[in-house]
Design a protein around this ligand. Structure first.
Ligand code: CA
Length: 222
């Protein structure tokens, strides 16, 4: 199955800085969206550190024999460690943190969970949409608030996707402005990922754009 993808971030209409960050792996192996918090520089630094650490871990260990869920969990622990280390060296950023959502694609994995409660609004995190997912269980998704000593919540699930599905990773700057059905309409009606990403960000801005808006759109084609 082929994957196409695009990402876009925008400060929105009211915020003077953009504390979101995203990462698109050139090879389409994994994707990350992070939404930082904790002051002007802190939030930016936290989301950047998290996306970089997750990328570094997954890229370095991609060919290892680690199970995908273990690999993803360790990547997030590495991200948390990176933020804690930075906090230690820069006390001004001591309260910085970030949410993060990531998806990685591996073939022939067992399904881990079908629980969708990981979409925890309470931790101000990105959200993921799957249309009619049925086959090829190989998707792991994880969300977490990073930059705290007690890393007590790392949720991972396996998703089954098939041709025609689109996945969305985003920050809450999108979901605060657009309802899930409206987001789904955008994803279904648009053919190219860059266009879909632009369309979603524009729609969120038209409805207020009160927060930073970040989207990563992934489309699957047989
Ligand atoms: Ca946000």
């Amino acid at each position: 199955m082929q994957r196409f993808f695009a990402g876009l971030t925008d400060p929105g209409l009211l915020r003077t800085s953009n504390q979101d960050a995203y990462y698109l792996d050139d090879l389409g192996r994994f994707f990350v969206v992070a939404d930082g918090m904790g002051g002007l520089t802190g939030g930016q630094e936290a989301s950047r550190l998290a996306t970089e650490a997750i990328y570094q871990y997954l890229d370095t260990h991609w060919e290892s024999s680690e199970a995908p869920d273990v690999m993803l969990r360790k990547a997030f622990i590495a991200a948390n460690d990176a933020i804690l280390k930075d906090q230690y060296h820069h006390p001004a950023r001591a309260d910085m943190g970030t949410t993060a959502v990531a998806v990685m694609f591996r073939e022939h994995d067992d399904q881990l969970s079908t629980d969708h409660t990981w979409v925890a609004k309470a931790i101000e995190v990105g959200e993921l949409t799957v249309d009619e997912s049925k086959h090829h269980p190989w998707r792991h998704v994880l969300s977490q608030c990073l930059g705290r000593e007690d890393l007590n919540r790392i949720d991972i699930q396996t998703l089954d996707v098939s041709g025609g599905d689109r996945l969305l990773l985003c920050s809450d700057g999108l979901t605060e402005e657009l309802s899930d059905p409206l987001i789904a309409t955008h994803l279904k009606s648009i053919r190219s990922c860059p266009t879909a990403a632009e369309s979603l960000v524009d729609a969120a801005k038209q409805r207020g754009g009160r927060d930073n808006i970040t989207v990563v759109v992934i489309a699957f084609q047989n």
